[in-house]
Design a protein around this ligand. Structure first.
Ligand SMILES: [Zn+2]
Length: 107
C-alpha cells in the first residue's frame, strides 16, 4: 500500500471519477426573457420568465440548449460534475508532474 500522501490523494480522486460519469459539458446559465405574447405578464419588461440553458462551444461555435423545467436540477448537478472532474484532473496532473520531475532527478 502506498504511504505517500500524494498517491493516496491520486487514488482517491481516480476512484471518485466513476461517480462523475453523467457529467455534461458547458455552463449552466439562468436567463430572463420575454416570451413575446402581448398579454403575458412579461410584456411589462420586468416580470420576465426564467429560462435555463446549457451554454457551450460546439465545433468552435457558441451554442445554447434549453433545459426543460423537469430536468433543471439534474442538469445543474451534471454540469457541476464536469467542474469536479476538471479539478480532479488538474490535481492528478500536478501530482504526476511532481513525481516525473523527482524521478528525473533520481537517475
Ligand atoms: Zn411571457
Amino acid at each position: 500500500m502506498p504511504s505517500d500522501p500524494e498517491l493516496e490523494t491520486r487514488g482517491r480522486l481516480i476512484r471518485g471519477l466513476g461517480a462523475l460519469r453523467e457529467m455534461l459539458p458547458g455552463s449552466f446559465v439562468e436567463r430572463k426573457r420575454a416570451c413575446g405574447r402581448p398579454n403575458c405578464h412579461c410584456s411589462d419588461g420586468k416580470s420576465l420568465h426564467t429560462q435555463y440553458v446549457i451554454s457551450l462551444l460546439v465545433e468552435g461555435k457558441p451554442k445554447t440548449f434549453n433545459i426543460p423545467a423537469r430536468l433543471v436540477e439534474q442538469v445543474r448537478q451534471k454540469v457541476a460534475m464536469r467542474h469536479r472532474f476538471d479539478a480532479a484532473a488538474v490535481t492528478i496532473c500536478g501530482i504526476n508532474l511532481r513525481r516525473f520531475l523527482k524521478e528525473k532527478e533520481n537517475q
